[in-house]
Design a protein around this ligand. Structure first.
Ligand SMILES: NC(=O)c1ccc[n+]([C@@H]2O[C@H](COP(=O)([O-])OP(=O)(O)OC[C@H]3O[C@@H](n4cnc5c(N)ncnc54)[C@H](OP(=O)(O)O)[C@@H]3O)[C@@H](O)[C@H]2O)c1
Length: 315
């Protein structure tokens, strides 16, 4: 008897930090995953996870069209913008890739999940949590909001089931990502930088909780839905600095914002001092999602970042 075919996910960025966890969970849930890959190393990574590597990148639009036509769910994580010295060129690559996918799935119920950041809205003037409908930041760390805006316009204008997941600035866990990079940087500097008095509260999400939200949103979300993806909105910059300082055995050094800009540049300084308290209430209510993993401070002090801390303390 023929086996029922599996629901196929096509994912860009499947071999990356967030994508590999979504891939792992999706395969465990019985999905088939095709992951866009541009290197032999990522082919091998995807195969080890049980996924099918598909050779291409965000500019091979024929591959994006073919894979989107053959999949039931499309998840877009690859980021052509953040590390691109020409951010506008990255935005154009992203928009063309999204257009190719949306033209292909238009008229179907297939979801396209795109990735954005909770940092794109203004902080609440009273220090409260913000929702997905808050106004955009007047002075954002970058122009990434344009990518989300473009993707969501396919939902608003043409009814394509585009959904945006706004990840917290700190996606953490499994000893990797931003926390790892900051710990390495602080270890190199011999001190942990904290901007102003460190009272800025930020949003955080464990990568496993984020991965579960993507899969639930693919199942349940509607065209045009935007979801903040955060588990805590209370951790301060100082608490993060102190947690890293304690495991790295390093002092916390306070810098005024302008001093930090002069030393580290505007992106890093804005990132470390930004107030971002993005509530996930909508995802909890609409998707039945709930975060369940260890908090970021515990993960730094006694969880997945311990091995890295030991390694860095040896150097
Ligand atoms: N991690 C965080 O803390 C965080 C926070 C907020 C938002 N985000 C967003 O979440 C998404 C996933 O982040 P991540 O941390 O998982 O990133 P990551 O670990 O750097 O992985 C990025 C993945 O995208 C692929 N990729 C990048 N540019 C590509 C292109 N032009 N064509 C094809 N593939 C390309 C990379 O492949 P290669 O190996 O070939 O480069 C890799 O598989 C990104 O959009 C990121 O901006 C992440």
């Amino acid at each position: 008897m023929a086996q029922p075919s599996k629901t196929r996910i096509f994912m860009t960025g499947a071999s990356g930090y967030v994508g590999s966890v979504i891939t792992e969970f999706a395969i465990a849930q019985g999905y088939e995953v095709h992951g866009l890959s541009r290197t032999d190393t990522n082919d091998a990574k995807l195969k080890a996870l049980g996924a099918v590597p598909v050779r291409g990148d965000l500019e091979t639009l024929d591959v994006l069209r073919r894979e989107s036509a053959n999949a039931q769910i499309i998840i877009h994580l690859a980021d052509a913008m953040t590390r691109n010295p020409d951010f506008s060129a990255g935005l154009r690559v992203d928009a063309a890739a999204v257009d190719a996918i949306c033209e292909t799935i238009r008229g179907t119920d297939k979801p396209l999940l795109v990735t954005s950041g909770s940092l794109l809205v203004e902080a609440d003037p009273n220090g409260d949590e913000t929702t997905e409908t808050y106004p955009l930041q007047k002075n954002p760390v970058n122009q990434r909001w344009k990518a989300e805006d473009h993707a969501i316009s396919w939902a608003k204008e043409k009814g394509v089931r585009v959904i945006s997941i706004r990840l917290a600035p700190y996606v953490y866990g499994r000893g990797a990502s931003g926390v790892r990079l900051f710990m390495q940087m602080h270890a190199r500097n011999g001190e942990v930088t904290c901007i102003d008095d460190g009272s800025a509260r930020t949003s955080t999400i464990h990568v496993d909780d984020a991965a579960r939200m993507y899969l639930l949103a693919a199942e349940k979300a509607s065209a045009g839905d935007v979801f903040n993806c955060t588990s805590s909105t209370n951790v301060t910059a100082l608490q993060l600095a102190e947690a890293m300082g304690s495991v790295l055995n390093l002092p916390v050094k306070f810098l005024k914002f302008d001093e930090a800009v002069a030393k580290f540049g505007p992106f890093f300084s804005k990132f470390l001092s930004a107030v971002n308290r993005a509530s996930s209430a909508k995802a909890i209510q609409t998707l039945g999602w709930e975060p369940r993993e260890l908090g970021i401070l515990e993960d730094i002090k006694s969880g997945s970042y311990q091995a890295l801390a030991k390694e860095l303390c040896k150097d």
